[in-house]
Design a protein around this ligand. Structure first.
Ligand code: HEM
Length: 152
């Protein structure tokens, strides 16, 4: 009786072992094939920091809108923007700045101002060789903020 039981348990153990290995393999394969976040595709925080930095350089040279930033603490703005884009694209950051309504209150920005800033961002993404598909994904995240930015 003991013999027959121990004979039976071997295939059972093997089945459980093979099952566990197969399961682990399946989970690993899933982790490897899960689609990367936009944050990852953009190149993570260093690449986002470069794009935001170059956008601010473009804004500083843009006579349509640079007057809005005359009294702005630019390093602080850059830090807030990087965290906002990092978090919004699925990265490991936390945006702790003002709401978009609060940040732009009293500036009375209009759609042309908004579009000018978007152009300065696009120019930065172009010069940093961000593929068009990724540019559009980032713009699609920012576009819904427009009502909270303009006419505040
Ligand atoms: C989707 C578009 C925009 C986003 C995501 C955005 C985001 C931000 C963020 C995160 C801040 C910092 C908030 C804080 O200090 O806590 C900020 C501040 C500011 N934004 Fe925007 N912004 C947008 C559009 C614009 C536009 C179109 C203008 C002007 C043309 C503008 C002008 C400013 C200025 C001048 C400040 C600094 C205010 C200060 O000196 O404290 N923003 N924005």
């Amino acid at each position: 009786m003991r013999n027959s039981l121990s004979f039976l348990s071997k295939p059972l153990v093997m089945t459980a072992f093979v099952g566990a290995v197969t399961m682990t393999g399946a989970l690993n394969a899933h982790a490897q094939t899960a689609s990367p976040t936009l944050y990852d595709q953009l190149g993570g925080k260093p690449a986002i920091t470069k794009v935001v930095h170059d956008m601010i350089v473009n804004v500083a040279a843009d006579n349509r809108i640079n007057h809005f930033f005359a009294k702005t603490n630019i390093p602080h703005l850059q830090m807030e923007l990087v965290n906002q884009v990092c978090e919004g694209t699925g990265g490991p950051c936390k945006y702790t700045g003002l709401s978009m309504k609060q940040a732009h209150k009293g500036m009375n920005l209009n759609t042309a101002d908004f579009n000018a800033l978007v152009e300065d961002l696009q120019k930065s993404m172009d010069s940093n060789h961000v593929p068009l598909g990724l540019q559009n994904q980032l713009l699609a995240i920012l576009a819904p903020m427009q009502p909270d930015v303009v006419h505040q």
